[in-house]
Design a protein around this ligand. Structure first.
Ligand code: NAD
Length: 307
């Protein structure tokens, strides 16, 4: 079996070493394609591989067509909107993610972003504290839950909305208040931490109406995806409400315009960095390698996302 690790943004060296060891133990061959700049390099590299590990790399129908022997793609990370799931399914290629492996890194960044905005982007001036404020968690998955638990430790009130978690005990045992509508969530939140995936249902779903329903001085924190924001609506909300703030780990298409118009009320990380910790890198990379071995040898499809 031949496995390609294709990473425009490479894994940490320790993760690469661990991945190689896992495949060596299984008797699989590994090839690396790191820091590639041209899609043609990826198209050439996938031609004869059985398995593929990627990070934010795009696996389009064209890539899948070129990969004649491909059986499995694992996205080392949570979001898998960079893989054409339908095209993979049509070709019988299993697609998996590695849920939970980078959640702590992203959750820590979300909390850091709240503090950064509360302290005037680390410039002089009187800031405010997180203690006693309410944070709304929009989607109570792996990252959202950790943000909630850490926010509680900082003395924040935590409310959450996730229509796909119907068991109220999930929230109760964490001491988190569950709300039943997205409108109620935003209306209650001094900080709103976004953790919804980018789907047909969620794209552009956060805009003017929800943002202007937030309390005075509220901050929207986005470590999820830029696509879930209606950027025109966001711009209008920031224009009309001089107290609102937006901080994101995924630069919006209107980044320059927003930065110029709203100064310290807007911040985007220069490059997505939520999962960019050595720990998350290692966790997700090793999990991806183990999942490939477990699928090829045992047929385990537990983490398949294109069933
Ligand atoms: P997860 O799959 O564990 O949780 C996602 C949650 O979203 C689930 O609980 C699901 O029920 C909920 N959900 C789905 N559709 C919803 C909707 N319409 N309304 C409300 N809730 C909805 O994923 P996760 O690991 O918590 O990651 C969340 C998102 O964060 C990912 O989809 C990804 O886009 C993003 N992410 C970003 C980084 C980064 O580097 N900034 C890293 C990891 C993940």
């Amino acid at each position: 079996m031949k496995i390609l690790v294709a990473t425009e943004k490479p894994f940490a060296a320790e993760a690469v070493g661990g991945i190689k060891n896992i495949f060596a133990e299984a008797g699989f061959e590994v090839v690396l394609l790191e820091k590639y700049t041209d899609k043609a390099e990826l198209l050439a590299a996938v031609v004869d591989v059985d398995g593929l590990i990627i990070r934010s790399d795009k696996v389009t129908a064209e890539v899948l067509d070129a990969a004649k022997q491909l059986k499995i793609v694992v996205r080392a990370g949570a979001g898998y909107d960079n893989v054409d799931l339908a095209a993979a399914k049509a070709k019988g290629v299993v697609v998996m993610n590695t849920p939970g492996q980078n959640s702590n890194a992203v959750a820590e960044l979300a909390l850091a972003m709240m503090i950064y905005m509360s302290r005037n982007c680390f410039t002089p001036g009187t800031g405010s504290e997180l203690l006693g404020k309410t944070v709304g968690i929009h989607a109570y998955g792996n990252v959202g839950r950790l943000v909630g638990l850490k926010a509680k430790a900082l003395g924040m009130n935590v409310v959450a909305y996730d229509p796909f978690i119907t068991d109220a005990a999930v929230f109760e045992k964490d001491g988190v208040e569950k709300v039943d509508s997205v409108e109620e969530l935003y209306a209650k939140s001094n900080f709103l931490s976004l953790h919804i995936p980018a789907t047909e249902q969620t794209k552009k779903s956060i805009g003017y109406k929800l943002l202007t329903s937030m309390p005075k001085g509220a901050t929207l924190v986005n470590t999820a995806r830029k696509e879930v924001i209606d950027e025109q609506g966001l711009r209008q909300a920031l224009e009309e409400r001089a107290d609102l703030k937006y901080i994101t780990d995924i630069a919006p298409d209107m980044k320059d315009e927003l930065a110029e118009a709203f100064g310290k009320r807007f911040f985007a990380t220069p490059k997505k960095m939520g999962a960019e910790t050595a720990e998350a890198n290692i966790n997700a990379g090793l999990a991806a390698a183990r999942q490939i071995v477990d699928y090829i040898i045992n047929g385990n499809t537990r983490f398949q996302v294109n069933k």
